[in-house]
Design a protein around this ligand. Structure first.
Ligand SMILES: Nc1nc2c(c(=O)[nH]1)N[C@H]1C(S)=C(S)[C@@H](COP(=O)(O)O)O[C@H]1N2
Ligand SMILES: [Mo]
Length: 421
């Protein structure tokens, strides 16, 4: 390394490239510093050999990314065994949630199960009761599909007004993962569902023995019994070695550590389903069995945990959108609390019942902004405002809040969770 200082022509080239990219995006120049010592001077990491290939047999993110973690809100639940933490949406790009960042929701902590000791049983109204080992399951044809999982309580704290300061906490009970699994239909066909078998009870092997009733129609449609997430085995937190995937439906039905499937002719009565997983309507009636997650979106940057640090000028806004009923062909964004809407640019794969990524590049004049995003799904449904939802459901709801989120961005680039009337 005799000459590590870039030549004048190379420096001009780098500066020129930066200028061209900035100009293409916004028509304004990004100012590159002429003689930045970080590019003109030899740096320590250029002078020594780094660790070799076996330093981390299972690789981890850069130590400079150590702030990118799941976080919880300690006052939300009494203890961490029956609790929840949140995906750091404001630190992510694309549509896939890395396995180590997928939020967790447990009712009895994480079960630690040796796959050699794990069994899946199918009983009830079937021709043949069956017990599968993990090896048995791996002999069925499997599929790869990308789906979001959203807890029905996501954004639940926001019903009465702006509460939590950051999209991680307001919207982070969601993850989006490529699952590998056996279609549930194939296992049910193997056991032979009897004609009066209209419901399925799914049971987990954890201490909470989480049980959920699912209509047979959904089970035979697109549910998976998943073994892998994002190319590797499920994480213990996500139900290793086996979890039920119920695409587009609320997270509590996606039973983890799946050990038993019982076919019945009516739904089972679950303690939680009647008390907790029920939406109260404004007139006091309960809205039961509302399983599909309606279209929803949130701007992840800028947001309270992700202020604008660069000042006025070219600014990239981004966020995510999803629908339990299909794809997201379109997202609108507003910078002024809904007076003017602009169509955002969708980027990345568009899968059914999966997260979608959107961008909106704009020239920030440095004045206050009221940012909102509004998702349209492939059925034509448009994400409602929080007030529109409250008209139907009142203020005492907890679950299924898919209302439009507002961030107030101040002149200094910091932002906070607000509501506009
Ligand atoms: N066995 C079992 N399955 C479970 C739960 C549980 O506590 N035990 N929690 C449910 C709830 S309420 C949600 S929102 C999702 C959360 O999935 P995650 O931990 O992968 O985020 O799992 C569901 N499946
Ligand atoms: Mo949940």
């Amino acid at each position: 390394m005799s000459d590590n200082k870039p030549s004048a022509t190379r420096r001009q080239f780098l500066g020129g490239a930066a200028l061209a990219a900035g100009a293409a995006a916004t028509g304004k120049l990004v100012h590159a510093q002429a003689a930045d010592p970080l590019i003109t001077e030899l740096q320590p990491w250029q002078q020594f050999l780094g660790p070799g290939v076996d330093a981390a047999p299972y690789g981890m993110p850069s130590p400079f990314e150590s702030h990118v973690v799941r976080r919880n809100v300690p006052w939300l639940t009494a203890d961490s065994v029956s609790s929840v933490n949140f995906t750091p949406l404001h630190e992510m790009e694309g549509i896939i949630t890395p396995n180590g960042l997928a939020f967790e929701r447990h009712h009895g902590g994480v079960a630690e199960i040796d796959p050699a000791d794990h069994r899946l049983m199918i009983n009830g109204l079937v021709d043949t009761q069956m017990v599968f080992t993990m090896q048995d399951l791996m002999r069925f044809p499997r599929e790869n599909r990308t789906y979001f999982l959203e807890c029905a309580a996501n954004s639940g704290m926001e019903w009465r007004g702006a509460q939590l300061n950051g999209c991680q906490f307001t919207h982070g009970m969601i993850h989006n993962v490529v699952y590998t699994g056996v279609p549930l239909r194939l296992l049910l066909e193997e056991a032979g569902v009897q004609t009066n078998g209209t419901w399925l009870l799914a049971e987990g092997a954890d201490a909470s023995a989480m049980t959920r009733s699912i209509p047979m129609e959904k089970c035979l449609d697109d549910c998976l019994v998943a073994t892998h997430m994002n190319g590797e085995r499920l994480r213990p937190e996500q139900g290793y070695p086996l979890r039920l995937v119920v695409p587009g439906w609320e997270g509590n039905m996606w039973v983890k550590w799946l050990r038993r499937l019982e076919v019945g002719d009516q739904p089972w009565h679950h303690r939680e389903e009647t008390s907790k997983y029920t939406d109260l309507l404004a007139n006091g009636d309960a809205r039961r069995f509302t399983w599909v997650m309606d279209a929803k979106s949130v701007i992840t940057n800028p947001s309270p945990q992700a202020p604008i640090l660069h000042g006025p000028g070219p600014t990239v806004l981004t966020g995510v959108a999803w629908s339990g009923r299909g794809t997201i062909p379109r997202v609108d964004v507003t910078l002024d609390g809904g007076m003017n809407w602009h169509q955002a640019r969708m980027s990345g794969p568009s899968f059914d019942k999966s997260m979608h990524r959107f961008y909106f590049e704009f020239d920030w004049d440095g004045s206050e902004l009221l940012l909102q995003s509004r998702a349209h799904d492939s059925t034509g449904y448009v994400q409602p405002t929080k007030d529109q939802l409250r008209e139907i459901r009142g203020e005492n709801s907890i679950y299924h809040n898919n209302g439009i989120q507002t961030w107030l961005v101040r002149e200094n680039g910091e932002s906070e969770n607000v509501e506009v009337g």
